[in-house]
Design a protein around this ligand. Sequence first.
Ligand SMILES: [Zn+2]
Length: 228
Amino acid sequence: MWNNKKKAFTLSYDDGISQDIRFVELLNRYGLKCTFNLNSGIQTGASSRVGQNNTPIHRMNYAGLKELYAGHEIAVHTLTHPDLTKLDEETIYNELTADKTNLESFFGTKVTGMAYPYGTHNETVRALIKKAGLHYARTVHSTNAFDLPTDLLQLPATCHHRAENLMDLAKQFVESSADAPQLFYVWGHSYEFDVDNNWDMIEEFFKYISGRDDIFYGTNYDVLSPLF
Ligand SMILES: [Zn+2]
């Protein structure tokens, strides 16, 4: 797996918001691959709100999204972004399968994974994810480590990009000799770079982590599918 490399790096970003345009430009500049988790039932500018520091949190309209996200992965984030643990089984299943079907038909790709809205899940939700034909589901849990996940339906990240030790983790990952496979997995929302006014921070991180011969850069599917 991973083109015979021992280390892999991947990213997972949620909600299909307008700051993804700037974020994708950065990813593409540094040759990094990300999975974007979208809510196809509310992917419209009509669902805009204003976040901290007057930051617009604006889901983009569909026009241009296929071109924007080309080369990256599209994954389920449910149809309307509910807390899945609060719904009945039929509604949960529809939130998963309708989103998957909509995304597959719009983007013309196979959708194989998801991120949980709010990170919430339970046994019922996880069973329905399997039934829906999805192979992995990302939580909001951070491990601060690079071990391969043991349960793909309770997939943790190494950290959120807001983690204070992000660059320390990056150094640790780059400098380690990696006898066993190691995965560095970062998640977030691109509007947070506007809220925190730190696009320079993420670019520094990308500059450091990218372009290394011994690291495989892939989407969630690329790095996780050998474990399906
Ligand atoms: Zn979300």
